[in-house]
Design a protein around this ligand. Structure first.
Ligand SMILES: Cc1cc2nc3c(=O)[nH]c(=O)nc-3n(C[C@H](O)[C@H](O)[C@H](O)COP(=O)(O)O)c2cc1C
Length: 183
């Protein structure tokens, strides 16, 4: 191998390939959606997932005030709604309507689930440290569900449930290896 120095501001590109998720939240009767590339499991028992959300996001306030969020995992066919929720703010309108997505009730939290996504993790915030220019909301997973036909009997996701992975800018890769761009 021949290594070269990497600009530290671009190092996220090395580890950014987890599934891009739609995080839903709700506070004081207002639901919202935000697209996130930075979401990761951080504990198995109890199950915990952390998301990094910049304070400027409308969703940041809703999650901080409600103490809840839901991770919704979109299949690659949802690239356009994922892009919409990552490039518009809930301050300017209802993103469920704007993205053509359906709010459904969760089983353990007030935040809605996204009906079109195939997997859901309902989370309660238990820590929220500041990490540089983001807040790391660490959520304990209090309920989860998945489309019954998503896995092929093992841990491999079937075709309509291939996940989206953000490469940077408007470039995505599906878990099947196809490059996609919404613009
Ligand atoms: C593919 C993609 C990944 C993103 N990942 C993050 C992220 O991990 N953290 C974050 O704070 N913003 C992220 N964003 C930006 C927010 O989704 C974007 O600012 C959104 O418009 C905020 O919506 P809100 O103001 O309704 O909360 C991402 C955007 C895209 C398109």
């Amino acid at each position: 191998m021949s290594k070269r120095p990497l600009d530290v501001r671009r190092v996220t590109g090395l580890v950014n390939h987890g599934p891009t998720v739609l995080v839903s939240c709700r506070h004081a009767g207002r639901s919202n959606l935000i697209t996130l590339a930075w979401a990761t499991p951080v504990s198995m028992d109890p199950p915990m997932i952390a998301i990094a959300v910049a304070p400027a996001r409308f969703s940041h306030d809703l999650i901080a005030r409600s103490g809840e969020f839901v991770i919704n995992v979109p299949g690659s066919g949802l690239l356009r709604p994922v892009w919409h929720c990552g490039t518009t703010s809930g301050r300017d309108g209802d993103k469920f309507r704007g993205a053509g997505l359906t709010e459904i009730r969760g089983s353990a939290v007030q935040a809605p689930l996204v009906g079109e996504c195939f997997g859901h993790a309902e989370c309660r915030v238990i820590h929220a440290p500041t990490t540089g220019d983001h807040t790391l909301f660490v959520g304990e997973v209090v309920a989860a569900s998945v489309e019954s036909s998503a896995f092929d009997g093992g841990l491999r996701l079937r075709r309509p449930y291939h996940t989206l992975h953000h490469l940077g800018g408007s470039r995505f890769l599906t878990s099947a290896g196809t490059q996609l761009s919404p613009v």
